[in-house]
Every structure is written in structure tokens, then in C-alpha cells.
Design a protein around this ligand. Structure first.
Ligand code: SF4
Ligand code: SF4
Length: 392
């Protein structure tokens, strides 16, 4: 007997996905209520695009695709061990500096996943159309669309909700990009996994900023991922030291997760983005090189990577915070260059970092900057930095 579901799953795996599950196109009623409650509680503050109307649309598949019958939920593992020698990379020829590196969240080590996922999803739909000799009505989403990707993955049996709010899969852990194809194909749904985190609380205990305010609830305004990527303004002063050396995102609550410790290598690993880890350990970004980049150089270097999401001024801001946290005297020279960039956001964080480093050289740079700086916010950062430096 012709088995459409098996055909879909076979083609999904052949298209390069590691995981595939099916769920129906009925509304995500309870996930909708939970998402709306997060908005009301202010936990999504700072993400202006994450609105109640977006949640309403994203939890109603038939509104996204009239006539929808099923959702094909897909997962692509981005786990790569960080042994550079084992993997093909794209060399960039940048020289390594002696001051410091910042850590980059694992998902950004590879090329922008939106492109990779969407290309594979399109290939999958085309392959199904060829097999069925008819057009397949379909809309596909990665996490830039309104669909609640984790809710869909959970209902389709791809994984369970971890207490850090990620979807955990028994084979690939949470190192998985999620995508969904809403379609008019009638497919037999899978059942959700009967698994949970049990009594484990590692992610909650080890989150450096206390962002996991309750099991399954992450307060974005405290999360390093949000603060270093989506946040367009200053990083709150009290949170800057807690960011440690994360220059883009944070993997701590995934690194400590026991499910992730057993994560498998994917069959077809996504290639490393050479622009992100140009030299030295994979997943580490040279902060001096970053701080010396013009906006144009930044765009050229990071085009096609997830780093673009944080924007040039955001990445320079983050680099200043990490250099302040490493408190290395050798960073004074590059921070004094950052104190002269066109962006007050960067100048303010460079001043903070110099205050953390302290010493005669950093103090002299701050005193001089106070004589010509005109932005009130930056002047306040310089004043506070001088106080901090004097107190050391
Ligand atoms: Fe905490 Fe980092 Fe996880 Fe955010 S990503 S919840 S800061 S451990
Ligand atoms: Fe669940 Fe423990 Fe992993 Fe957190 S660290 S997601 S509680 S298994």
C-alpha cells in the first residue's frame, strides 16, 4: 500500500535533515496561551517584532496556509566537534592577535542556517512534487517566521521541552535547527515523546545571569544570547561582568545539559563559516581584529553568517565588554581606538572596559576622552569608569 508519510520522511532525510516528524494543522492552543503570557509578563521585552498578533497567526497553521492539513517538522543538527583539523574550513588568512578572543555560540560557527534550511526545505517540496506528479501547497518557516517552531517540534515528536526552553532530542540533544513545512498533504501525525528533564536543574543552576527564572521560562532581558545579539542598546552595567567572554550568544545552558553530552555527529555536517573562526580555536573570534573593522569591512567579512544579526555596532559593543571582563592591560590600545568610533554605543562600552582594566594608561585615555566627548551618555560612562578605575 502506498505510504505517503514514509515517502515524506525518506525524502526529508535524503534532503539532508537529521530529524523529521509530522503533526496536524490544528491550532497550538496551549502554546499560544503560554506565549501570550510571556509577552504580558515582559519576558519578551526588547523583541518588538514578537507581538500578540504574531503569536495568534503563528499558532494557527490554517491561517498561514489556507487548506493546511499537516506540518512536516524538520531538524538539522549543527553539532560539530571543535577539532579544527577534522573539518574542512574556509581559510581567510587573518593573522591572530595577542590580546584576546571572544566566544561565539555554536550555532553561529556554521553558515547562516536560514539559507541552508530553506534551500533544503525547498528541495524537499520539489522532490515530493516530482514523486506525486502534482503541485504540493506548502509554506516553509525557519525561526524568522511567525510559527512557534519549538511547539511544532514538540507536538511532532522531535523532542521535549527542556527547562532551558530548548527542544531536546534523544540523539542530537538541543544542537538542532528547527524548520516547518505547512502543507495540504494529509499525513498521519506522530505522537509527542514521553520524555522529560526529570529532576535535573543543571541549566537553571549554571546560567550565569539567572535568566532561567523558572523551569521552561527564560527572561530575555537577562539572557546573554539576547543581550549580545538582539539587544540594540546598551548592555545593563550590572550584567556586563556576567557575560564573561561571550561575544556573540551563549551556550552555557546547552553545554551543561546531560542530554547534549551524548549528542551524535550529524550525517552531513553543515560547513564551518571560516569568517567566524578565522584562526585559533574554532568558535573564538579575535576581538582586536573585530574592533579595528570598519562597518564596510564587517559586512564583507560576515555576509552569509548569523553574526550579521548583531550588527557592526552591536559586535563592537560586545567586544568591549569581553575585553573589560578579561581586564588585560594589552587591550588598552585597541579600546582607545574604540573610544573614537562614530557610535556612542561603542564609545560608552569602551569607556566601561577601560574602567575595568584601570591603571595609569587606561586612566589617561579616559581623562583625555572626557575633554572632547560630547555625548551625554558616553560622558556618564567615562565618569563612572574613572570612579571605578580610581577605586581599584
Ligand atoms: Fe542563561 Fe546563557 Fe542559557 Fe541565556 S543562553 S539562559 S544566559 S545560560
Ligand atoms: Fe533539562 Fe537538565 Fe538539560 Fe536543563 S540541563 S534542559 S533541566 S536535562
Amino acid at each position: 500500500m502506498f505510504d505517503l508519510k514514509s515517502l515524506v520522511k525518506a525524502h526529508a532525510l535524503a534532503s539532508g535533515f537529521d530529524l523529521v516528524g509530522i503533526t496536524g494543522a490544528d491550532d497550538f492552543a496551549s502554546d499560544r496561551e503560554a506565549a501570550l503570557e510571556h509577552i504580558r509578563q515582559g519576558q519578551m521585552d526588547g523583541l518588538p517584532w514578537y507581538t500578540e498578533s504574531r503569536v495568534m497567526r503563528g499558532t494557527s497553521p490554517t491561517e498561514l496556509l489556507p487548506g493546511a492539513r499537516s506540518i512536516i517538522c524538520l531538524g538539522l543538527s549543527y553539532w560539530r566537534d571543535d577539532d579544527r583539523e577534522q573539518h574542512e574550513t574556509e581559510p581567510t588568512g587573518f593573522a591572530e592577535s595577542s590580546v584576546g578572543n571572544g566566544r561565539v555560540a555554536r550555532y553561529a560557527w556554521v553558515r547562516d542556517y536560514h539559507r541552508v534550511m530553506k534551500r533544503r526545505m525547498r528541495d524537499l517540496v520539489r522532490a515530493l512534487e516530482r514523486e506525486l506528479s502534482s503541485e504540493v501547497a506548502a509554506r516553509w518557516y525557519v525561526d524568522d517566521g511567525p510559527m512557534l517552531d519549538r511547539a511544532a517540534a514538540n507536538r511532532a515528536g522531535i523532542g521535549w521541552f527542556g527547562k532551558n526552553s530548548n527542544i531536546l532530542n534523544p540523539q542530537f540533544g538541543s544542537w538542532v535547527f528547527l524548520g516547518q513545512i505547512i502543507t495540504d498533504l494529509e499525513l498521519d501525525p506522530d505522537t509527542p515523546l514521553r520524555k522529560s528533564c526529570g529532576g535535573c536543574t543543571r541549566c537553571i543552576d549554571d546560567c550565569p545571569t539567572g535568566a532561567i527564572v523558572a523551569p521552561y521560562v527564560v527572561d530575555n532581558s537577562r539572557c546573554i544570547s539576547y543581550l549580545t545579539i538582539e539587544n540594540r542598546g546598551a548592555i545593563p552595567r550590572e550584567l556586563r561582568p556576567l557575560i564573561q567572554d561571550w561575544v556573540f550568544g551563549c551556550d552555557i545552558c546547552q553545554d551543561v545539559c546531560p542530554v547534549n553530552r551524548k549528542a551524535r555527529q550529524p550525517a552531513q555536517p553543515v560547513r564551518f563559516a571560516g569568517a567566524v573562526s578565522s584562526h585559533g580555536p574554532v568558535g573564538q573570534m579575535d576581538l582586536v581584529e573585530l574592533l579595528r573593522m570598519s562597518e564596510d569591512e564587517f559586512r564583507q567579512r560576515f555576509a552569509g553568517t548569523s553574526i550579521m544579526r548583531a550588527k557592526w555596532e552591536g559586535m563592537l559593543r560586545n567586544a568591549c565588554v569581553v575585553l573589560g571582563n578579561t581586564a588585560d592591560d594589552n587591550a588598552v590600545a585597541v579600546l582607545s581606538v574604540a573610544l573614537e568610533t562614530s557610535e556612542p554605543l561603542v564609545r560608552g562600552h569602551a569607556a566601561w572596559a577601560l574602567g575595568r582594566i584601570g591603571g595609569d594608561q587606561a586612566t589617561a585615555v579616559l581623562v583625555k576622552a572626557a575633554t572632547y566627548e560630547t555625548d551625554a551618555g558616553v560622558l556618564e560612562e567615562i565618569k563612572l569608569a574613572l570612579e571605578e578605575s580610581a577605586g581599584r
